[in-house]
Write a protein that binds this ligand. Structure first.
Ligand code: HEC
Ligand code: HEC
Ligand code: HEC
Length: 330
């Protein structure tokens, strides 16, 4: 299972240095330390099997860690056990204790709840990293290096996105447990009971209105590839976004993607950097892939060119969730 699906990113020895890793913006987890972000356990503890299953099944949205929910459950359980063999942390260790999560206060989804969240956001100094407006532009944002030596971007709440999972309780869990290996520490000890729910209500309220999938796709591309986007497209305005996706649909026909894909048949949700790695070297992310590489989507130095940006914008415009429904998912 691991060799068929995971090795291209996480590497043969579990060190996170598979063939695709160099092209990915968020680096694949190095499994050797046993340090994991999305846990239900206290900081410093390894995740539970359920945590590893949840990540494997749901993936980590907006990163190349895709959901593997289509694989049979026995296969997912098996690959999770296999991942654990890369680290000593599980050998002979007691089962990790799960941190209890507070119950949702009854007023968490009211304007009052959002206001309490705003106050807690100020008191918790969240803005230092996430920014006053929640746009990931806090004063410390540029200086955050994770335990694996990579720059980590704080979450940008204006895009209405959560890597932790699709429900409010997933973000609550992150605030309580922290994301080990990153600057996002546990706030369990400083928050009053239930306050994490108010915080999440406030974070959800920061999502800016985005009307179309094309616009959301352009905002995410401009965030992930700022230099390329500025050079070839300009600003991620709704108008530029529409033109870019349209242009992508022409390229689709031009490059004869339709020889193998019927029009509009690539709706799976993948991150931008997943597509970059896939177009540059399909087998680096899908080990058994029979799709050819498309070097024409890149400049000589490997950076996305105008066609590359347009092609990804077009795919994402069909694959991303309708941005007007994002808030209602929570
Ligand atoms: C296309 C690249 C890619 C492939 C293929 C891939 N992963 Fe990942 N995986 C990632 C990235 C990137 C991260 C780190 C995301 C982050 O730190 O936000 C990750 C993180 C993880 C994590 C750690 C989550 C945490 O809480 O820290 C687990 C567990 C995981 N992957 C399991 C798997 C399994 C199992 C497979 C194969 C079935 C797999 N991955 C295949 C890219 C990939
Ligand atoms: C010192 C910097 C720092 C501070 C302070 C901080 N965060 Fe974070 N936070 C981060 C980083 C970095 C990430 C992203 C980690 C990653 O994705 O690997 C993050 C991620 C998150 C996430 C996960 C978002 C997702 O996509 O699932 C939530 C929720 C969050 N922070 C809430 C808060 C709240 C609420 C506060 C204040 C109580 C806070 N953070 C304070 C750095 C910080
Ligand atoms: C020779 C046939 C062939 C051509 C031509 C081709 N593809 Fe593919 N494509 C495949 C196959 C086979 C897969 C499934 C394996 C994989 O994911 O690599 C695939 C998968 C994909 C996926 C991943 C779908 C997902 O989410 O899992 C995307 C996106 C994609 N192709 C886009 C394109 C685009 C855009 C073009 C034109 C520039 C193109 N393909 C041309 C055969 C082809």
């Amino acid at each position: 299972m691991y060799l068929d699906h995971c090795v291209g990113c996480h590497g043969i020895s579990g060190d996170g240095r598979g063939a695709a890793a160099a092209r990915l913006l968020t680096k694949p987890r190095d499994f050797r330390q046993g340090t994991f972000k999305f846990r239900s356990t206290a900081p410093g503890w390894p995740p539970t099997d359920d945590d590893l299953m949840r990540v494997t099944t749901q993936g980590i949205p907006y990163t190349s860690m895709q959901p593997y929910g289509d694989l049979p459950v026995e296969d997912r359980l098996a690959v999770v056990q296999y991942i654990k063999t890369f680290s000593r942390r599980w050998r002979g260790a007691p089962a990790p204790a799960v941190l209890p999560l507070p119950a949702e206060p009854s007023d968490a989804r009211t304007p009052d709840g959002v206001e309490k969240g705003r106050v807690a956001y100020g008191r918790g100094m969240c803005k230092q990293c996430h920014g006053v407006a929640g746009d990931a532009k806090g004063v410390m944002a540029h200086a955050l290096i994770d335990d694996w030596g990579a720059h980590t971007r704080p979450a940008d709440f204006t895009l209405g996105m959560f890597k932790s999972g699709p429900r409010r309780i997933d973000a609550v869990r992150t605030i309580i447990t922290g994301l080990s290996g990153t600057a996002m520490v546990s706030f369990a000890d400083v928050l009053d009971d239930g306050e994490a729910w108010y915080l999440v209500a406030y974070l959800c309220s920061l999502a800016r209105p985005i009307e179309t999938r094309e616009h959301l796709a352009a905002l995410l591309l401009a965030r992930d590839y700022p230099d390329e986007f500025a050079r070839h497209v300009g600003a991620p305005t709704p108008e530029n976004a529409r033109d870019l996706a349209l242009r992508g649909s022409d390229i689709d026909a031009e490059k004869q993607c339709v020889k193998c894909h019927s029009v509009g048949s690539m709706p799976a949700r993948r991150s931008n950097d997943w597509h970059v790695a896939h177009f540059a070297d399909p087998r680096s992310v899908v080990p058994l892939s029979r799709m050819p590489a498309f070097p024409s989507l890149f400049d000589a130095d490997g950076a996305l060119n105008a066609d590359g940006l347009a092609t990804i914008a077009y795919i994402q415009a069909t694959a991303l969730p309708d941005p007007r429904s994002i808030g209602s998912e929570y």
